[in-house]
Design a protein around this ligand. Structure first.
Ligand code: GH3
Ligand code: MG
Ligand code: MG
Length: 417
């Protein structure tokens, strides 16, 4: 589980902050340290689960440098807490030390901000950033002064060709920062990249060397999300990066919702066919066996008729949960209709497949589903095929006719051909 460090000698503040983080972000652990000695002995070395640290320490404190060094050596992003709001002090600190930001400790109103920073860091963790510049000096400056404060993996490119190569080789590149001279070349790269990478998969930030409205507008017109003017203010850079990261994670959430079935949280029919085609094609290419299966709950209409739709929905959710947990994460499991589920299994051996489905069938038969209308028992019928047919549609059709045969010949059974 990801971990957050709180370093504060004031236990009261640290404990209310921990509670707030835990209630807002469920899957994160908090490590509380109250002194430099505790931090030194408690911080595990080379542990990449640390995603953020919140430090209450004054610059005049004798341990300040040591605390900041310990954390930044492990690339743990640092947020400094302070009692006073002082802009010039804040600027000095941010420019001088590898810290992400600085927040006042005066009240719990900053909790919201701290939580959003933790979320930014979590979202940044799996992001690769493509840094494009033909100046080694500028790349080094960006890396050392700005980007190293984030947990990004940085990929560098120096021209159009290396940008194209990087985008093919690194599929987690979600942000491109471009600082290129002459700027005509930068504009061209932005335009070309945008043709293949839409805004929901790649955010682009342009760094422009002069305050020039024409250039800035041009970058935005060609598809950049934002621009920053040199000399780069650390504050401006961070706040704009944070907006880009937030936008990317919103896109991701929307995409997830669009692919999901609301009732069961399984994939929906649309996504099943979209992702299924890719699995099918890669199975063919790599000569990996795949299987297609159709599952249907038996006499489900009578469950609705007897117990009502609410209870029917609970049955659907429970059955979906058992189905999902019977397969590997590399398999594709979807709810494709009311009480119908489709599965594509990757790397499928015939004997194992029969066992997997037989176990699933009997697990569902054994279920006693607890609903407010009483306990309900159900069975499912399953049609499976390992025959790749001519295409995915035909393969699914074949598993569907096997399902039909299972229904015709008694239900609560598997037909494989
Ligand atoms: P068979 O064994 O032949 O599959 O019989 P069946 O009753 O399961 O088949 P049928 O296709 O006639 O009925 C499916 C029922 O599923 C009818 C429909 O009302 C119900 N249904 C579809 N979607 C939902 C849903 O989201 N929630 C609930 N509760 N019921 C649904
Ligand atoms: Mg049906
Ligand atoms: Mg049915």
């Amino acid at each position: 589980m990801e971990r957050v460090i709180i370093y504060d000698s004031d236990c009261g503040f640290a404990s209310s902050l921990s509670q707030r983080i835990k209630s807002d972000i469920s899957d994160v652990e908090i490590d509380n340290f109250t002194s430099i000695d505790e931090l030194k002995s408690g911080l595990s070395k080379d542990d990449d689960r640390y995603i953020f640290s919140i430090i209450d320490i004054d610059k005049d404190d004798e341990n300040f440098d040591e605390v900041v060094n310990l954390l930044s050596k492990q690339f743990i992003p640092i947020l400094i807490l302070t009692k006073k709001e002082n802009i010039s002090y804040r600027d000095e600190m941010i420019n001088k030390y590898p810290i992400i930001d600085y927040a006042t400790k005066d009240s719990s109103k900053n909790f919201h901000y701290i939580i959003s920073m933790i979320n930014h860091m979590r979202n940044s963790k799996n992001i690769e950033v493509l840094l494009v510049s033909n100046s080694e000096h500028d790349r080094k400056y960006m890396n050392d002064n700005l980007l190293r404060r984030y947990p990004f993996n940085i990929v560098e490119a120096t021209d159009k060709l290396s940008v194209q190569r990087a985008l093919v080789e690194h599929e987690n590149i979600k942000i491109m920062i471009i600082d290129m001279m002459p700027e005509e070349e930068a504009l061209q790269i932005v335009e070309e990249v945008r043709e293949i990478e839409p805004k929901d998969s790649l955010a682009i930030m342009a760094i422009t060397s002069i305050e020039n409205t024409y250039l800035a507008t041009k970058y935005l017109q060609l598809g950049a999300n934002d621009f920053v003017v040199k000399p780069i203010s650390v504050d401006t850079f961070y706040s704009r990066m944070n907006v880009m990261i937030e936008t990317l994670s919103l896109f991701q959430r929307l995409q997830k919702l669009a692919n999901m079935d609301f009732l069961t949280s399984l994939y929906n029919r649309r996504y099943f066919y979209e992702a299924g085609k890719l699995l099918y094609a890669s199975g063919l290419r790599k000569n990996i066996k795949i299987a297609a299966a159709m599952l249907d709950i038996d006499f489900f209409k009578s469950i609705n008729d007897t117990y009502g739709h609410g209870a029917g929905d609970i049955v659907l959710k429970e059955v979906a949960h058992i189905i999902k947990s019977s397969f590997r994460s590399s398999d594709l499991v979807a709810r494709v209709g009311g009480e119908e589920f489709s599965i594509i299994l990757v790397d499928a051996e015939e004997e194992k497949i029969i066992n997997i489905f037989e176990k699933l069938r009997s697990d569902i038969e054994a279920l006693d589903i607890d609903t407010p209308e009483g306990n309900i028992k159900v069975t499912i019928s399953i049609g499976v095929t390992l025959d790749l047919c001519e295409n995915l549609e035909k393969m699914i059709k074949k598993s569907d006719s096997n399902l039909y045969e299972a229904k015709q010949t008694g239900r609560n059974k598997i037909v494989l051909s």
